[in-house]
Design a binder for this molecule. Sequence first.
Ligand code: SF4
Ligand code: SF4
Length: 335
Amino acid sequence: MQKFITEQNFNTLIDRLIGAGKRVVAPKLNAGTVLYEPLSGSGEMVLDQLPRRSGKEAFFPLCEDIVSYEKEGQKVKLTDIDPALFPETLLVAVRPCDTAAIPVLDAVFSWDYKDQFFLERRNKTTIIGLACTSSDDACFCTAVGISPDDRRGSDLFMTQLEGGGYLCETHSEKGEALLTAHAELFTEPNSQKAKPLAKPEVEKVDLQKVKAWLDNNFEDPAWDSIATRCVGCGACAFVCPACHCFDIVDEGTEKSGKRRKNWDACGFWKFTHHASGHNPRDGQPKRYRNRIMHKFKYYDDKFGQTLCTGCGRCIRLCPVGIDIAEIVGDISRKN
Ligand code: SF4
Ligand code: SF4
């Protein structure tokens, strides 16, 4: 289904949903940084910047409780978190490099083990994607097969039009339900042209060549030169829309506390630290190699696609200037 909505009516839609108690998450300014965060009104939306972190936090929180415990005498009382209580959420103005990562996450969390925490939040989230009309030097979505108007992962997709307003296309039942429930705010599409997309000026990477090199060069000396300078801060994983590793830890005292699921990063030295003290990835190059292998080989071996959407966030934020686009481009030219 295709419809048109004016900017004013779009704001009315957002305010109406917030007023009805829905959790609406969108790019919003927080202490000088744009992040996807819950809104208290449509006026808080920032629609012309890529948020610093990805939108996955709306349904895959950085930290979440999964059970709490309390010792009463000799007994331990466990209290489960009920995923059914997670709120219905509308995630708005999500850029294609973020939405394209959502099916990637869905596949991981519903593969051999169905993660109810992720899946319940995900089922309750409706995604409104927004086409990009600006890009910067770090963006490289087109190099890895994504486009600035990629519809993957969006329930409803919006494209800004030259004369104002948005063309809205539904891509799922959730998108159709949203549009139908507020039909009076939408009109039939008009003949206005879409604003030009921001296509990053980058060379397309041959991902098959990258994978072929990775298949055969686990021990290549290039890994040392690529990643000796990595400081293991984990920023690249924490801002990435597709990274999904987490750790489960107990936080509290012997009397009471919580079991929590916290994001993790393969750049951290403790990520593969065994209880014996042995660490099979005992240096930063081995940890960074895992990052590239996971994104461009292991995930592809398992699910038939790559684990990078070219959002460029890890390039913008790496404190030592490690550039994944450059690394993958160099690998693709090796054979
Ligand atoms: S690896 Fe870097 S560029 Fe690729 S999706 Fe993750 S943060 Fe974005
Ligand atoms: S952001 Fe840069 S320094 Fe930090 S872990 Fe990632 S590659 Fe290493």
